[in-house]
Design a protein around this ligand. Structure first.
Ligand code: OGA
Ligand code: MN
Length: 301
């Protein structure tokens, strides 16, 4: 059986059917990988993977990025429901990271090694809302006018989770979970060249916050202008979840954003993140991006 690949009505994304992600031969995998490079985001309806089969599928793309300092954190729940079944409250740290996910972003751009790909599969979905949207930063770059392409050529931005959470009114004073490390904010070019396809894309999103050689407010205006332009149809696709779906995207050339829902209802997605390739996604130096008074703790050094 060969997978059926049906492009979505957008510049990004395809639906892949006639495939069992837990049981693929080499030919099926080759066609999934080729579709990933061509469409940058893939929907696999009704896969109903378990933790092990999702991690095994992710491993076909590369090493897994651990989302906690724990070898078991290869598949983690992105969820407003706690293990005891209760729903998180707005003053909780993890609630604020979920709300942060509603801003367009690319995963781990604030880490020294940015992510290659991310995949989510739906376990529990709310009665409405809570979709996941992606935006095509390849088409966004292509569609910029020449003056803007010239303006951003050679520019880079710092990326920081401290800064993006602070923009949402959440100042992190002490290390509080994944991404709040002390290695500094990596500096990444605004125009990224895909290591496999060679296509250029905009590399922006909510974690980008300052541009060397530019006043911070001017940089923020430019980043906002690019983001507003980029994340518009026909460059976006919004996935409405059914339990069992798996949705994945290429973080090197897509942004994504959770859509709001009634946070009194449970929403549980399983997330697996594929690490970037050090040859193309690693930035070893960064500038201090933490709030004044920040105290490193053992877990975030
Ligand atoms: C993530 C994320 C979006 C969503 O898990 O990195 O951004 O829809 N999730 O929950
Ligand atoms: Mn994300």
């Amino acid at each position: 059986m060969q997978p059926t690949i049906t492009p979505l009505d957008a510049t990004v994304g395809a639906i892949v059917t006639d495939v069992d992600l837990a049981d693929m031969d080499a030919a099926a995998w080759n066609s999934v990988e080729a579709a990933f490079h061509e469409y940058a985001a893939l929907v696999f309806p009704g896969q109903n993977l378990n933790d092990e089969s999702q991690v095994a599928f992710a491993n076909r793309f590369g090493e897994i990025e651990l989302l906690r300092d724990d070898p078991k954190a290869k598949a983690v729940h992105v969820s407003n429901q706690k293990p005891d079944g209760s729903i998180m409250q707005p003053d909780e740290h993890r609630y604020k990271s979920l709300r942060g996910n509603e801003g367009w972003h690319t995963d781990s751009s604030y880490m020294p090694l940015a992510a290659k790909a991310s995949m989510l599969s739906a376990l529990t979905v709310p009665s409405s809302g809570g979709e996941t949207a992606v935006a095509d930063m390849r088409a966004a770059y292509d569609d910029l006018d020449q003056a803007m392409k010239d303006r951003i050529e050679g520019l880079s931005a710092y990326h920081s989770l401290y800064q993006s959470q602070a923009k949402n009114g959440f100042i992190v004073q002490t290390g509080a979970g994944y991404g709040f490390h002390t290695k500094g904010a990596p500096l990444r070019p605004l125009v990224n060249t895909h290591p496999v396809t060679g296509r250029k894309s905009l590399f922006i999103g909510r974690h980008a916050y300052a541009i060397p050689g530019m006043a911070d407010d001017e940089a923020q205006d430019l980043l906002d202008e690019l983001l507003d332009f980029a994340c518009q149809p026909p460059r976006t696709y919004t996935h409405t979840w059914s339990p069992g779906d798996l949705f994945m995207w290429d973080n090197r050339c897509c942004l994504h954003a959770a859509q709001p829902y009634d946070y009194n209802e449970a929403r549980v997605l399983r997330h697996t993140r594929v690490a970037g390739d050090p040859a193309s996604e690693l930035v070893v130096t960064g500038r201090d991006d933490r709030a004044a008074g920040f105290e490193p703790t053992a877990s975030n050094r």
